[in-house]
Design a protein around this ligand. Structure first.
Ligand code: G6P
Length: 367
């Protein structure tokens, strides 16, 4: 599908700039402020079926899997239902135990990823219920699911997904609200989350307006053979997605690690030649995260911190990119945005074919 690029040199950049508008579409008509809940009619689950859910298992591939990890944390935090994410490609080959009290969630931009589609077939064959978080309306995955949430991101052309991922994360926020409010999420907490969700489109715009500065930070990173992306708990899926995006378009080796685990091995690799991009939200783990940055700095490792204005990085030589603060449960959505811009501008500096990286396809419809 040929899309008009207009002032943009690449679809990837056009698409990440579309996010303030596309994120607003993910929320439109889905928030019930009066009752502090989300309205997700497409799930095709009544309150009784929702209350019967004992676990949530999220399946997707590539970036959709990493957003699934973000979503699992939102569901655990807000709905207090045990939740985890797994690559669909692995799940279907390990003879998974299909449990009728588990809600399976398939996540896909294209709705055509073969690994995800076959995972759904396997679940349905064994009597499980599957809902989809899918962008392309009427796609194979959308049709194979019992219900779902359409992402409304609009057509995405660049192989490296941006706006669809953001809408996946927002949809998980909505799902977590919906499941939380029929359990023990208070109306006050729900309203806090609703206000947070509604602030996100405008806050994304604030981040995009820092593009020139983020591009400056990206240039030296593009010269590295290898780099780390680190974060922990809520920040870890952000680091994983950031590393994935960076390697997809810049072809630099980028590895995601839990900042808590650095001292158990990878710290041996830190040197002036190996930069680290650290995800440092202003949450209850901030002191520990900043401590890990000091460990890296003491070994001469260059640092980029994607963080919040309230975080004190004094005593550290680090490039900082501040994102607007939201609620702790939703912060990962905004912390991810600068990683899109870092990847794009690193690839741009290297002169790569950003929209069609070598060896990759937008949707992998064969095994
Ligand atoms: C391909 C793309 C990735 C994408 C993954 C899942 O591998 O290159 O960017 O994350 O498929 O795609 P989906 O359409 O299922 O979200």
């Amino acid at each position: 599908a040929h899309q008009e690029l207009g002032e943009f040199a690449h679809h990837m950049r056009k698409e990440y700039w579309e996010q303030p508008a596309s994120a607003a579409r993910a929320l439109k008509g889905r928030l019930e402020e009066r009752f502090g809940t989300a309205r997700l009619d497409g799930l095709n689950l009544d309150a009784r079926a929702k209350r019967a859910i004992r676990r949530v298992k999220i399946l997707g591939c590539g970036s959709s899997y990493y957003v699934g990890q973000m979503g699992a944390q939102m569901i655990e935090e807000l709905a207090r239902i045990p939740a985890d994410a797994e690559p669909a490609s692995e799940f279907r080959y390990r003879n998974p135990i299909i449990d009728p009290e588990t809600l399976y969630v398939a996540v896909s931009q294209s709705g055509e990823t073969a690994d995800t589609l076959f995972a759904i077939d396997e679940i349905k064959r064994k009597g499980g219920q599957v809902v989809g978080l899918v962008n392309v309306v009427g796609s194979s995955i959308a049709r194979a699911c019992d219900g779902g949430i359409y992402l409304h991101a609009g057509p995405e052309v660049a192989v490296a997904s941006t706006k669809a991922l953001t809408n996946m994360a927002l949809s998980f926020g909505l799902l977590a609200l919906d499941l939380g409010r029929i359990r023990d999420l208070s109306i006050a907490d729900a309203k806090r989350i609703i206000d947070g969700l509604q602030a996100i489109p405008g806050q994304i715009d604030e981040i995009l307006r820092q593009e020139d500065r983020i591009a400056e930070v990206a240039k030296p990173l593009s010269a590295s053979a290898s780099l780390f992306f680190v974060g922990r708990v809520r920040g870890f899926p952000v680091a994983r997605e950031g590393a994935q995006k960076f390697k997809e378009v810049s072809y630099c080796h980028a590895e995601a690690y839990q900042s808590s685990e650095l001292k158990h091995g990878p710290l041996a690799l830190i040197s002036a030649q190996l930069p680290t991009v650290a995800i440092v939200p202003d949450d209850e783990l901030v002191q520990r995260n900043v401590g890990a940055l000091h460990e890296i700095a003491a070994r001469g490792g260059p640092l980029v911190a994607i963080t919040h204005a309230g975080v004190d990085l004094s005593g550290l030589t680090a490039e900082r990119i501040d994102v607007p603060k939201n609620e702790v449960e939703l912060d990962p959505i905004l912390l991810t945005i600068p990683t899109q811009l870092l990847a794009y501008h690193a690839a741009l500096a290297l002169g790569h074919d950003i929209d069609k990286p070598r060896n990759l396809a937008k949707s992998v419809t064969v095994e």
